[in-house]
Design a protein around this ligand. Sequence first.
Ligand code: CP
Length: 310
Amino acid sequence: MQFKGRDVIAVKDFSKEEIIHILDEAEKMIPAAKGLTRLKTLEGRILCTLFFEPSTRTRLSFESAMQILGGGVIGFADPSGASVAKGETLADTIRMADAFGDVIVLRHPLEGAARFASEYASIPVINGGDGAGQHPTQTLLDLFTIRQAKGKIEGKKVILLGDLKYGRTVHSMAYALAMFDVEMIFVSPRGLEMPREVIRGLSSIGVTPLETNNLQDVIQDADVLYVTRIQKERFADIEDYLKVAGTYRVDLELLKNAKKDLIVMHPLPRVDEISREVDATPHAWYFKQAFNAIPVRMAILKLVLEGEGP
Ligand code: CP
């Protein structure tokens, strides 16, 4: 397995064995992520975070992960404060980050931006979310969370619920779950179904998820309910958004029909798709999932900068 110097653009670029190795490495990072030990693994190395779109979890957890590993962080959280605002191209911005840092995390509104950036950088580029495309490090921490909660990923029944059209986390997640022999069910409001391109990609490897618009029909025997927000910012017309806003909601009434050990996950931020009353139930795993960003992103940074070894 070769991780050193590697870009992290899409889940599909990694084998199942490589994904399991990242999760195993993340497991070892938990004591440091909880502040119980201190590490100098990446002392003197610099992470450059280039965020052209808003973020709380991805940016802050990457920055935290780098600092826990002893490294430093530079970058911007808003392109209005960078020379992009003066007309600098993405290619030139990437060239600068390449000169100033050792690894780049890029979030960008355009699908394909991370792959494009990787062509201009000699250092590893990590995709922190590219438009409605992919969010591979989110998927890795999602897999880590399922394994933590259920002991294994294989053979589980997983519902992906919500805006499957524009939600990049579910695109990455669908490809990853297909590698783990998971029974997938896609539930979305009409018009926000999983893109046919993803369905065709899954079909080409012999995976045919059930697709439905009705969560009530499929909740009973699910092991994982992965909820996503409607991606308001990706709608060209606000009227189209208003037609689907509020069309699904996970609440205590719905969960009465679920298995006692069903876990509810969400990449966050949530708006109104999970009722606050669910937070106090054993079903709620979304805040533990958010914490898992730290050990998983520590493992990713360590592997792409240092590779294997102590
Ligand atoms: N899950 C996630 O990507 O959250 P942010 O948009 O806050 O980074």
